[in-house]
Design a binder for this molecule. Structure first.
Ligand SMILES: [Zn+2]
Length: 119
């Protein structure tokens, strides 16, 4: 598996940002339906919902951020936020772990789920 791992916080942030753009795009499409008030209202509302959804996701990131651990990446020397036991560096996508027993092992997202069931 040659998957490129990305930092979880970054991943969610990208998702929230794309939601805003989708929302704006949907509202923009709504302008073309000026002849029909109902159709325009639906697209405007739909676009508005996407923007609201992104706000919720941003709020969720804020909640998650309180649970992250700030570490200094050994690969690039930059400060990065870690979510869970294993995560990738925000800057260079270097796989990082907080668990000494997992050091040197192949990066696996499932380690996070295992730690959750233990708690
Ligand atoms: Zn790094």
């Amino acid at each position: 598996m040659a998957l490129k791992y990305t930092n979880k916080i970054n991943k969610i942030r990208t998702f929230a940002l794309s939601l805003v753009f989708i929302g704006i795009l949907v509202m923009y499409i709504g302008i073309f339906f000026r002849q029909s008030v109902i159709l325009m209202t639906i697209t405007m509302l739909l676009g508005f919902l996407f923007v609201i959804g992104s706000t919720v996701v941003y709020f969720w990131i804020g909640m998650l951020s309180t649970r992250t651990i700030q570490v200094v990446c050994p690969s690039c020397g930059g400060a990065t936020k870690m979510l869970g036991r294993v995560d990738a560096c925000m800057h260079c996508s270097e796989p990082l772990t907080l668990d000494k027993s997992l050091e040197g092992k192949e990066f696996d997202e499932t380690y996070n789920r295992k730690s959750k069931s233990k708690q």
